[in-house]
Design a protein around this ligand. Structure first.
Ligand code: SF4
Length: 397
């Protein structure tokens, strides 16, 4: 009998197709399947940007990132909940909610990202009066005895509430185990980022992005194996490098650009070598202490090890200085500041980031998008012109 072995290319394509299926499934079928796997399982949704998934995991529940409906969801009722001059993400999240697509989720965390997310938490309290809804105030004071103490109490409150839902207490031992599981995930994601930065022709932006998004819906252990497998497969295939410039992307931390937009950037001549897509998955990129008090370890990591981002104002580690450093580290030729339309946190950061880039002599271009943007011609021309200008003159026109 003849056996046909699937080539690494074929295995890689299958893995990416799996990730894409997860990304496209707006009804969270994988979460429903996970819950069906054993009695009494619970899943807790969280909005962008950052939520302490280790706590949810330690309570035996599945943390699930809710990132909006992208360009695959028709908004029927979501528009009626909000005024017209705000970003698109809350409309699609409400649409997901009222259409029953979030029914598999037993609770929701709303991190203090912006006023829109805060208002959304109030709407969910009205929409789901019987579900656990928690507005997670992330500290803006980075002194351990003040902001750290406050954040620790927030973490404990989440642990108590989710533990009550699952019947599983987040003991120190369970929490350490969860921190270890997420540290393993951080390590493989670091390898992915490094490979993408070293050899962007090997790791396409779309594949990289789909892998990040998979991490928001499948159990962390499964996601770690998925990224490990991707790394092993992509290392064994040959992909042709093209004459693209290396760009760093900032501003896309909350409402996500459509996948087609990411492909457009690459086709327009830009390899993305650093970015802030799905920022919650790498807000704390380095491993967290696995030995001491786990609540303290998580609080300490957020206060002192998390990356600068729009949800934090840390005078000691500014977003502007970090952006310039990141450009140097990634050997980026330029920066694309792409922000969701009407996104106050991203657009308020932008002048400060532009000033820092100008002072450092780093070329940049800016545009806005929406998660349901469907026309990419203008963006393609703009990104293409940016890439050509850098190739020709080393600076933008
Ligand atoms: S896209 Fe911006 S304004 Fe909209 S919810 Fe996210 S952070 Fe807030």
């Amino acid at each position: 009998m003849m056996t046909t072995e699937i080539s690494p290319d074929g295995q890689l394509a299958a893995l990416v197709a799996d990730a894409q299926r997860l990304y496209e499934d707006l009804a969270f079928g994988s979460v429903r399947a996970w819950k069906d796997g054993a009695q009494g399982r619970r899943a807790i949704g969280f909005l962008p940007i950052y939520a302490p998934r280790e706590i949810i995991h330690a309570c035996g529940a599945l943390p699930v990132g809710i990132m909006g409906g992208s360009d695959r969801l028709e908004i029927v009722r979501g528009d009626s909940y909000f005024q017209s001059y705000i970003c698109h993400l809350p409309r699609s999240v409400v649409e997901l909610a009222v259409s029953g697509r979030l029914d598999a989720l037993d609770g929701f965390l709303f991190p203090s990202t912006c006023d829109v997310i805060r208002n959304l938490s109030g709407m969910f309290k009205v929409l789901f009066p019987d579900k656990y809804i928690h507005y997670l105030d992330l500290p803006q004071n980075f002194v351990a005895g003040q902001g750290g103490r406050f954040y620790r109490s927030e973490l404990q409150s989440i642990a108590r509430a989710v533990g009550a839902l699952t019947g599983i207490e987040a003991t120190p031992e369970r929490l350490r185990h969860s921190i270890r599981a997420y540290n393993d995930n951080r390590r493989v994601l670091q390898q992915l980022w490094q490979l993408r930065c070293d050899a962007p022709s090997q790791v396409s932006t779309a594949e990289y992005y789909l892998l990040l998004r998979a991490g928001y819906v499948v159990p962390v252990e499964e996601h770690t194996r998925m990224v490990e497998r991707y790394l092993s497969l992509v290392g064994s295939v040959e992909r042709r490098a093209v004459d693209n410039i290396r760009v760093l992307v900032r501003g896309a931390f909350c409402e996500q650009p459509p996948l087609a937009l990411l492909r457009t950037l690459e086709r327009a001549g830009c390899y993305v070598v650093d970015d802030d897509f799905v920022q919650g998955i790498r807000l704390i990129p380095e491993p967290i202490d696995e030995s001491g008090d786990p609540f303290d370890a998580l609080a300490h990591a957020f206060l002192h090890r998390s990356l600068p981002c729009a949800v934090k104002y840390d005078a000691k580690r500014t977003k502007a200085a970090d952006l310039v450093d990141a450009c140097k580290r990634a050997q980026a030729d330029g920066v694309i500041l792409m922000a969701p339309s009407f996104c106050d946190p991203a657009l308020l950061d932008q002048p400060m980031l532009q000033k820092a880039l100008e002072e450092a002599g780093i070329p940049f271009t800016t545009f806005k998008y929406s998660e349901d943007t469907g026309q990419f011609q203008v963006i393609r021309e703009q990104a293409g012109t940016f890439a050509d200008a850098i190739k020709l003159w080393g600076a933008t026109i």
